[in-house]
Design a protein around this ligand. Structure first.
Ligand SMILES: NC(=O)c1ccc[n+]([C@@H]2O[C@H](COP(=O)([O-])OP(=O)(O)OC[C@H]3O[C@@H](n4cnc5c(N)ncnc54)[C@H](OP(=O)(O)O)[C@@H]3O)[C@@H](O)[C@H]2O)c1
Length: 266
């Protein structure tokens, strides 16, 4: 009798992966690995049974951290503060143990085969991303672990880089400025619009162009606005319109920084 065979089981050199954690990044990585022909996510491990359900169609799941499967790579996708604690459950396994954080040094992982697998992108459950162009920054204690991790990274992205812990911390810091802070400022803009009954959609073409422009010209050259021109009256009237102390502080700090960066051109 013919049985249906999961095509993944016939691929030689298939990488077995266990993902620990069930949050934003875990879900995105699971989706990407599941689509890759050379990767088999053999298990997802997490403490939240409800969250585990979303993985259970394609992979085995468990909330028992003492019952973790054998794998070539263990991906630790839990909050930064508990990377060390969670990696202890796989410290004696043969596979490579990689955390996924931009900010934490590789040494936080408990294992002889420590590694980092940091995808430089913002991931939120429910918002799909195209993994093929996402930079994946990898690092490992030894050449063999690095090779395994590189194979895993290349199975989902064509943009894989060897970045050490010190460089990665700086990269993460830069990412906080260009993504986290910018996104917070989008929120401030949305709040200001909503208090006037204006749609945030009105700002979306501007947000898009701001991001697209710096693909073609450097951020410093792309800078516009009252602070860049030192239009004092406009800045003063903006400050008078604001009634949130945090927003006033932010406006002043950012305007001062922009002014200083362009002083010689004024
Ligand atoms: N999201 C991104 O944009 C992004 C991008 C690049 C790298 N990363 C890195 O990916 C990692 C995960 O981030 P995330 O955004 O996916 O976070 P998240 O959505 O908040 O998920 C965090 C996960 O950690 C688990 N967790 C927390 N404390 C735990 C503990 N004591 N024991 C076991 N599990 C615990 C949570 O389980 P519960 O649900 O039970 O709390 C949850 O599954 C972080 O290291 C982060 O730096 C994230």
């Amino acid at each position: 009798m013919l049985q249906s065979i999961n095509p993944k089981f016939v691929v030689l050199g298939m990488l077995k992966v266990v993902i620990l954690g069930t949050g934003n990044l875990s879900k995105h990585l699971h989706d990407a690995f599941t689509k890759a022909k050379s990767v088999d996510v053999v298990q997802v491990v997490g403490r939240n049974q409800d969250a585990l359900q979303q993985f259970s169609e394609e992979s085995a799941v468990t909330d028992n951290f003492n019952d973790i499967a054998e794998a070539d790579v263990y991906i630790i996708a839990v909050k930064d503060d508990v990377i060390g604690e969670v990696s202890r459950f796989v410290a004696s396994k043969k596979g490579v143990v990689a955390h996924t954080s931009g900010a934490m040094a590789m040494n936080h992982v408990q294992s002889n085969r420590k590694a980092v697998f940091y995808p430089l992108q913002t991931f939120t459950k429910g918002k799909t991303v195209d993994f093929t162009s996402i930079p994946i920054c990898i690092e490992a204690t030894d050449a063999e672990s690095f090779k395994t991790l590189e194979k895993l990274a290349k199975s989902i992205s064509g943009n894989v880089h060897h970045i050490d812990s010190e460089q990665r911390k700086k990269l993460h810091l830069a990412a906080v400025f260009v993504n986290n802070f910018t996104n917070y400022l989008y929120g401030v803009g949305e709040e200001i619009c909503s208090t006037e009954g204006l749609s945030f959609d009105l700002l979306k073409p501007l947000i898009k162009e701001t991001a697209e422009k710096i693909m073609a010209i450097p951020p410093k050259k792309a800078q516009t606005g009252p602070a860049r021109r030192n239009d004092r009256q406009t800045m003063q009237s903006h400050l008078e319109l604001l009634n949130n102390e945090e927003h006033i502080t932010l406006y002043k700090i950012l305007s001062r920084a922009i002014k200083q960066a362009h002083e010689e051109e004024l």
